[in-house]
Design a protein around this ligand. Structure first.
Ligand code: C2E
Ligand code: CA
Ligand code: CA
Length: 688
């Protein structure tokens, strides 16, 4: 992890040290350079005064010194005078040593007499001076003999200065002048340390000031990071325990809360209830409104469930359209019932989904502890069983779990197992319900309706097993069987002389989507020999809503074969009427639920009338389902709906039975159905 304060401190302190050293060094080199320049000028002026005073007297001696042997030279009497004159000239100056060279580099004179007579040929300073240039350099000597004494540890500036007797004249010799700059150097060093100290101090102050800012920034950044990390952790925790769609706790959190609730219930001796809530016909909603619509319904349902609960209750979404509620601290079982009723009531308000208003109902199962088990999975299962019982008893209600339901659930399991083998075991049957035209007084066709001849339970109606067939995917092979069976039966009736009779077959949404429908219809018509115009396929509105293009293609292809298409249970789905125009539909079958109260309920009458008007304007055929009374049939006639189906004309019966009825059609005097209606359940005319 990056540590801001620490890194800042290290970088700053190293920086401060480097800057201070660099500044000190810069000061030192600049000061020394100016010292050299300054001291060189001073040496040059010393040399000038020396040459002024000495040269007229000693130029000759110096010029001839080279001709003498060194020992001879030392003993020349001029040297003693020269020494005297030189010392006089440099008295009071910083000059500590003077040497005079002739043009061959011979030391003709030195304040240190031991050096007289030495030859110094390869000294660059000397060479440059002989060429007319003044050269200086700083040297350090740990000991040096001057005229009077030996001095130690000295900084010296030595200058080689050419000697000219007249300005601009030839160089005649060279002075080497040593000036002692030790005190100046000591001063420079002292100032250098001062510069170093002051700069370091100022930079350190700046560092400290910035450190305060950096520390504060570091604290802010760190607290931001911590807050972010905490938020992330919270988000992850939330996601792990909540349903992303509705925001309700999910199964995992449900378990946690349940465990806690059970512990509390055990301690306090209060009851605890688990509600299992399932949205009624959610599949239809999903199929008709699409998944987005379905999601909106779930979100709204979650909202409603939450608003109906007390603060101590927990609502969860287990998945799909299943919700659960833990009802804690229940004073009595009656309170659980009240909570369920509140919920059911809340759901009677229409939901606004995608600009439409729909009514969504729920079925609720309740299991209560103590009484039922305290094992969470079993208690939930019990509530689920009770919920299924609520569905069976007509939905939109609540049911409490009872011991007896467990047995029932077990039976259901066996029922499911049996269904899986019903097709191989040849237990499916097709029953046929006549369709009549009251205007022409004729039976125009028959709707094939599936039955399961259960070995123990007898004849089972499709509402009990079609949903299961759909869930298991068995609806596709079973549907194909029904299609083939109905076509073969249609052909048999034609062969028996009823050659204007059509058969209609119900298709499940799954079958419609399976991709094998077209080939299976073609094949079946071929095998059975039933002319295509006598086969009608009934589909539900939901087929028209999802994947419209695919549905449209398939329906057009089916139309090309020549079969008719009808919309079953029309009015119960949520399809827009606008859609109808786009599809090649022949017939609308008004759902029986509108017909049931059509003579008593103005709303139903209005809907039925509207559908009739619309069907007419769209040039669609119209058939009313579930016609049970003469009043209903009469009403339908007044709105121009002559095609009917219902117990008034005949219940679904076996093929043989229907054929025998066909023989009696004339007797039934369909045109005057109000004189001789059928008795529901028998298909035979009732006495007037
Ligand atoms: P559906 O297609 O709407 O069929 C009409 C249902 O209304 C039938 O119920 C019929 O017995 C009943 N019915 C007819 N006349 C009257 C009447 O006057 N009053 C009342 N109250 N009811 C009447 P059934 O046979 O129990 O079938 C229920 C549903 O099962 C059918 O509704 C259909 O959706 C489905 N179904 C039946 N056979 C098949 C099939 O082979 N394949 C598929 N996918 N679904 C089928
Ligand atoms: Ca039908
Ligand atoms: Ca129907």
């Amino acid at each position: 992890m990056f540590r801001l304060t620490r890194n800042y401190s290290i970088a700053s302190l190293v920086g401060i040290a480097l800057v201070a050293i660099a500044l000190g060094f810069f000061y030192r080199t600049t000061a020394v350079r100016s010292l050299i320049e300054h001291e060189t000028l001073s040496n040059v002026s010393t040399a000038q005064s020396l040459s002024n005073s000495l040269w007229p007297t000693y130029a000759n001696f110096i010029a001839h010194a080279a001709s003498l042997a060194p020992l001879e030279l030392i003993h020349q009497p001029e040297l003693a005078d020269l020494q005297k004159d030189v010392l006089q000239n440099i008295r009071g100056l910083r000059v500590v040593k003077v040497k005079i060279y002739d043009m061959d580099g011979l030391t003709v004179y030195s304040t240190n007499s031991a050096q007289i007579g030495e030859k110094k040929d390869n000294n660059i300073g000397l060479q440059k001076a002989r060429a007319g240039e003044t050269v200086s350099e700083m040297v350090f000597r740990d000991n040096l003999s001057t005229t009077e004494q030996v001095i130690t540890d000295r900084n010296l500036l030595t200058s080689y200065i050419p000697i000219r007797s007249s300005p601009g004249g030839p160089v005649e010799g060279v002075f080497e002048i040593y000036s002692d700059v030790t005190p100046l150097m000591v001063e420079i060093e002292r100032t250098e340390y001062r510069v170093f100290a002051v700069v370091s101090f100022l930079l350190f102050l700046l560092y400290y000031f910035l450190l305060m800012i950096v520390r504060r920034a570091d604290r802010i950044i760190r607290s931001h990071e911590n807050a972010e990390r905490r938020a992330q952790a919270e988000q992850i925790h939330y996601m792990a325990y909540h349903d992303p769609l509705t925001g309700l706790p999910n199964r995992a959190l449900f378990k946690d809360r349940f465990q806690h609730a059970i512990a509390v219930a055990e301690r306090t001796g209060k009851s605890l209830g688990v509600m299992f809530i399932d949205i009624d016909r959610f599949k239809v909603i999903n199929d008709s409104l699409g998944h987005e619509g379905g999601d909106s319904v779930l979100i709204e349902a979650a909202k409603r469930i939450r608003t109906c609960l007390r603060a101590s209750d927990t609502a969860c979404r287990l998945g799909g359209d299943e919700f659960t509620v833990i009802l804690e601290h229940l004073p009595s079982v009656e309170d659980a019932a009240q909570a369920a009723e509140r919920l059911l009531k809340k759901f009677t308000e229409p939901m606004k989904i995608g600009g439409r208003e729909i009514i969504v109902t729920t079925s609720i199962g309740i299991a209560v502890y103590p009484g039922a088990t305290k094992d969470i999975l079993r208690l939930l299962k019990f509530a689920d069983v009770a919920m299924h019982r609520a569905k069976e008893s007509g939905r939109n209600c609540h049911v409490f779990y009872t011991q007896e339901m467990e047995t029932h659930a077990q039976e259901n399991l066996e029922f499911e197992l049996g269904l899986r083998h019903a097709l191989q075991n040849g237990e499916f049957r097709l029953y046929y319900q006549p369709r009549v035209n009251t205007a022409t007084a004729s039976v125009t066709g028959a709707e094939a309706l599936l039955r399961w001849q259960h070995p123990e339970r007898g004849l089972v109606l499709p509402d009990k097993f079609i949903p299961l067939l759909e869930d298991t995917g068995l609806v596709i092979p079973v549907g194909e069987w029904a299609l083939r069976e109905a076509c073969l039966q249609g052909r048999r009736w034609h062969d028996a002389g009823h050659n204007s009779l059509s058969v209609s077959v119900n298709l499940s949404m799954k079958q419609f989507r399976a991709g094998t429908l077209l080939s299976s219809v073609r094949e079946t018509l071929k095998v059975s020999g039933l002319p295509p115009q006598f086969l009608e396929l009934e589909i539900t509105e939901s087929v028209l809503v999802e994947d419209v293009e695919q549905a449209l293609n398939l329906m057009n292809e089916l139309k090309k074969i020549g079969v008719s298409l009808s919309i079953d249970d029309f009015g119960t789905g949520y399809s827009s009427l606008n859609y109808l125009r786009r599809f090649p539909i022949d017939l609308l079958k008004i759902d029986g639920s509108f017909i049931r109260d059509v003579t008593r309920n103005r709303g139903d009458a209005a809907i039925t009338t509207t559908i009739a008007v619309m069907a007419k304007s769209l040039h669609l055929g119209l058939l009313a389902e579930g016609v049970e009374t003469r009043e209903q049939a009469r009403f339908l006639k007044t709105i121009g709906c002559h095609a009917m189906q219902g117990y008034l004309f005949g219940e679904p019966v076996s093929a043989d039975h229907l054929e025998s009825l066909l023989g009696e059609v004339d007797v039934l005097k369909l045109a005057g159905f109000d004189h001789s209606p059928c008795v529901p359940g028998t298909g035979t005319p009732a006495p007037v």
